[in-house]
Design a protein around this ligand. Structure first.
Ligand code: S2G
Ligand code: ZN
Length: 456
């Protein structure tokens, strides 16, 4: 028998014949990433139904010397969730049960394949909330947001996924099951393996369960969409609310060009009486509408604003629909958007975005630069529409070098994956990269987990 047939049979022995997919037409949805930019062949897509089956799949692949790409909802944006050279895709979506919600200890225990939305609903049923929220909530999985250390829309209030994770279960490269699961607020015993696996992008282990802390649900929530002349003005309005003692649950920004794309794609009305260069979406708690109106009235930079009680989904739609609108515009242009998730120090956010538009505009006359993101973290999602595929790498290089010039990070929340691996040395020293490679060698000496992701 050819090796692949032996491998396929052993994988079928591990998870059941019906959960080993090898027909290209069936595996296509698993081998191309959400952006459409990253794709590659796979030996098979395997869908284990338990931690024990994940362990057996890893053992079989390790014995066969075949790479493994752990995959959750395949909503990743940096090419880390799909194969490149025939790796087995280990899809975790069948691990989809919520094990427990502890409303006293305020934790949620769930298998890695549970979606963010499902976890959010389970928390809400207990009168609590998950501190991570992102537009891809219906398909992004808990294992995926932990492996990425996803940020999302609530970082200003709750921190990134790392701040929510208090325990993980994971399968290591030899098939052993690691379980750090006390859930105790203070458990200071040994290396922080939970923290190490968070953000490891599938390169150190396969996360099979997560234990998340839960947060109290905010009260007296107001959402304001504010028209301002610039990002600096948006920062002034944000500061005025913080200084007034308002609790900031979210602080998002977008610009007039992105809004026009969203309105065109979704047929939405203009949110304010006129168009503005920049928009600030603020979600505040422990405040009344009058409290918010009073602060906004005091900000000379405010052109106009609309305020509504939470959840104000209609206002949020203007921000959350940017990803979909950019994707639709890219599809109509016939080439994926160049997506560059970055962060810069707040005082330099305005100048960074101005320079990106000027430099990209000078370099690519027909390219649209659409930016939006998380204001309080200086996290800008730079999306370039209309860049020929052959120049995507150069365009990314241009943006990332501008980020470094502004003292920023080449990846704010989407991770490094394969997309940004080349630029790691711009922001991590040789000693730093060597230390991460030493960790990789210790955890995955044969290099079977997500080869080519994150590390050179
Ligand atoms: C956001 C989602 C993905 C993207 O909207 O905050 O992280 O880059 C992004 O559109
Ligand atoms: Zn984001």
């Amino acid at each position: 028998m050819r090796t692949p047939d032996v491998l396929l049979r052993r994988l079928a022995d591990a998870v059941g014949f019906e959960h080993v997919l090898s027909d290209d037409t069936v595996t296509a949805g698993y081998t191309t990433d959400w952006t459409g930019r990253w794709h590659g062949p796979t030996t098979a897509v395997v869908r284990p139904g338990s931690t024990a089956e994940v362990s057996e799949v890893v053992r079989v692949c390790a014995a066969a010397g075949v790479g493994v790409v752990p995959q959750g909802g395949n909503t990743g944006l940096v090419g880390a969730s799909v194969p490149v050279h025939g790796e087995v895709v280990l899809n975790l979506r069948r691990l989809n049960s919520i094990e427990s919600v502890d409303s006293v200890g305020r934790t949620l225990a769930a298998q890695a394949g549970v979606t963010v939305a499902t976890a959010q609903q389970a928390a809400a049923d207990a009168g609590l909330m998950v501190g991570v929220d992102l537009a891809a909530r219906e398909s992004a999985t808990l294992g995926g947001i932990v492996a990425t250390n996803a940020g999302g829309l609530r970082v200003v209030r709750h921190g990134t996924t790392r701040a929510q994770v208090v325990g993980v279960e994971a399968v290591l490269a030899d098939g052993a099951v690691l379980r750090r699961w006390t859930g105790l607020a203070k458990d200071n015993v040994g290396y922080d393996l939970v923290g190490l696996l968070t953000g490891s992008e599938g390169t150190l282990a396969v996360i099979t369960k997560v234990l998340l802390r839960l947060a109290p649900r905010p009260v007296r929530v107001q959402v304001a969409l504010v028209g301002v002349p610039s990002l600096d003005a948006a920062l002034e309005v944000l500061s005025a609310n913080v200084d007034a003692g308002h609790t900031v649950e979210a602080a998002e920004f977008f610009h007039g060009d992105g809004l026009a794309l969203v309105r065109e794609t979704l047929g939405l009305h203009r949110p304010l009486g006129a168009d503005y260069p920049t928009y600030l979406l603020l979600e505040l708690s422990n405040v009344s509408e009058d409290d918010v109106a009073a602060v906004l009235t005091g900000c000379t930079a405010v052109g106009d604003a609309t305020i509504g009680p939470g959840p104000a989904s209609r206002l949020w739609a203007y921000r959350e629909s940017h990803t979909e609108a950019v994707s639709a515009a890219a599809a109509s242009l016939g080439t994926p958007a160049v997506k560059v998730d970055v962060s810069v120090p707040l005082p330099r956010l305005q100048s960074f975005e101005d320079e990106v538009r000027a430099v990209v505009g000078a370099r690519f006359s027909t390219v649209d630069v659409i930016t939006y993101g998380h204001l309080a973290e200086g996290n800008s999602h730079v999306n370039l529409l209309g860049v020929p595929d052959t120049e995507a790498e150069d365009a990314t290089d241009t943006v990332l070098r501008l980020v470094v010039d502004h003292g920023g990070s080449i990846s704010a929340e989407h991770g490094v994956g394969r997309a940004k691996r080349r630029w790691l040395p711009l922001v991590r020293s040789a000693a730093d990269v060597a230390a991460m490679q030493a960790v990789k060698r210790a955890f995955d000496p044969a290099g079977i987990f997500s080869p080519g992701v994150l590390l050179p």
